[in-house]
Design a protein around this ligand. Structure first.
Ligand code: URA
Length: 425
């Protein structure tokens, strides 16, 4: 077996054999297949695709490249959620303790932000003292005592995906349905959760810009999970506009705490509850009532215990950026569009996100939204507040917002989108 013949097969639109797939994933993980060869193969897959059999084998080979976790010693059923990534998507923060408060164990292995979408670990690291890196024993201990844990995936989990994802990120091969599906599902299956709810984002701020692509990604992932014995369902959810009223690390933690306290923006609350119901259902806890757990403070209690168990202080003041700049409405009327990609890119330019894996992020940087699509606005009223420690970036961030905010005449008909668009599974 050699890399060139594998590349040629896919370049010429052929089907990769199981042996070719097993070999190339293993050899790349060991360093025998060079990065330039794998990047050529990733581009051939990006352009020519893979069929269901190839995707299933590719996923199995990435799972086999590392360790598999085992939660069978826990007394509670396990349930996890994965989002394909969006702007202002802080749902994991209130969701994990909420589902734990309803009786499931939630082993939430999360990532950092790259590009215009934020990362759960970056958000939580704005809480003083909070630690993302736990040993497997520490993780199990938090799961046993609190019921939910949010931490970084260890290096041993699907190492082939770690290498390949970093390579795809710098070779323009991220937005490929077979590669995204196998990347996400290899990690989730190796993690060992019994049930999984996928939040597949659709719209300008997501990888999948239209419903057809999102449906294909969702059904591919649901099929992979089900084939590996993980009860898997997917919700397709709107990412044309940011979720909630904040995008940025500490700003999103603050909003998540508002949700746990029984308040917060209605789209964040609705999506948190919809995903919680799916997770509890998939875990066999059909009678649990997540709305009650939000209202009676038990979800908040789990949040505080989870943050404390990972070294954080849930009562500590959150970091605030040094400088603010307010964007006002240029006219009176209806806010018809507040583009998720534009807001995500602007938040990233303010310092909330990173360009390279090793870059630091600013905890306080980001954007607050004072109006959402469908709201009536008056000329001169504040629409957005930009936050940063590096005010020289304001112009660069404002350029990202150019064309991303649209105001129509006050009688412009506006049809509100539901946050959950479809369910697959
Ligand atoms: N998230 C992942 O983990 N992998 C991808 O390929 C895309 C998003």
């Amino acid at each position: 077996m050699d890399a060139i013949s594998v590349i040629r097969t896919k370049r010429d639109r052929g089907e990769l054999t199981p042996e070719q797939i097993d070999w190339v994933i293993d050899a790349y993980t060991r360093g025998e297949v060079a990065h330039e060869q794998m990047s050529s193969l990733a581009m051939a897959i990006f352009l020519n695709g893979m069929n269901r059999q190839e995707i299933a084998r590719w996923t199995a080979a990435m799972i086999a490249s590392g360790e598999r976790m085992d939660f069978s010693s826990l007394a509670r059923p396990t349930a996890d959620k994965h989002s394909t990534g969006g702007v202002g998507d802080k749902i994991t923060l209130p969701l994990a303790p909420l589902v734990a408060a309803c009786g499931a164990a939630v082993p939430q292995l999360s990532g950092r932000g790259l590009g215009h979408t934020g990362g759960t670990l970056d958000k939580l690291e704005s809480i003083p003292g909070w630690r993302a890196t736990l040993s497997n024993d520490e993780m199990l201990d938090v799961l046993r005592t609190v019921g939910s844990v949010i931490c970084a995936a260890g290096d041993g989990l699907a190492p082939a995906d770690k290498k390949l994802y970093a390579l795809r990120d710098v070779t323009g091969t991220v937005e490929s349905i077979p590669l995204i599906a196998s990347s996400i599902m290899s990690k989730k299956i190796a993690e060992g959760t019994g049930s999984l709810v996928l939040d597949v984002k659709v719209g300008s701020g997501a990888f999948m810009k239209n419903l057809d692509d999102a449906r294909e990604l969702a059904s591919t992932m649901v099929g992979l999970g089900t084939d590996h014995g993980v009860r898997t369902v997917a919700l397709l959810t709107d990412m044309a506009t940011p979720l909630g009223r904040t995008a940025g690390n500490a700003l999103e933690v603050r909003e998540s705490v508002e949700v746990l306290a029984g308040g917060g923006p209605s789209d964040v609350v609705d999506l948190t509850l919809a995903l919680a119901r799916e997770m509890l259902d998939a875990a066999g806890l059909k009678d649990a009532d997540p709305a009650k757990a939000l209202a009676d403070g038990s979800a908040m209690d789990h949040w505080r215990r989870m943050i404390t168990a990972q070294g954080g202080d849930p009562d500590a003041a959150l970091p605030v950026a040094r400088e603010q700049h307010t964007v006002t409405a240029s006219a009176s009327g209806v806010l018809t569009s507040l583009d998720a990609y534009a807001v995500g890119l602007a938040a990233w330019r303010l310092g909330a996100g990173r360009a390279r894996k090793e870059d630091p992020v600013q905890a306080g940087a980001g954007i607050e939204l004072h109006a959402k699509p469908g709201d009536q606005v008056t000329a001169g009223q504040p629409l957005l507040t930009l936050h940063t420690d590096t005010p020289e970036k304001f112009d660069y961030a404002l350029a990202a917002l150019d064309g991303g905010v649209e105001i129509g005449a006050s009688d412009t008909p506006f049809e509100a989108q539901p946050v959950v668009l479809e369910r697959i599974g």
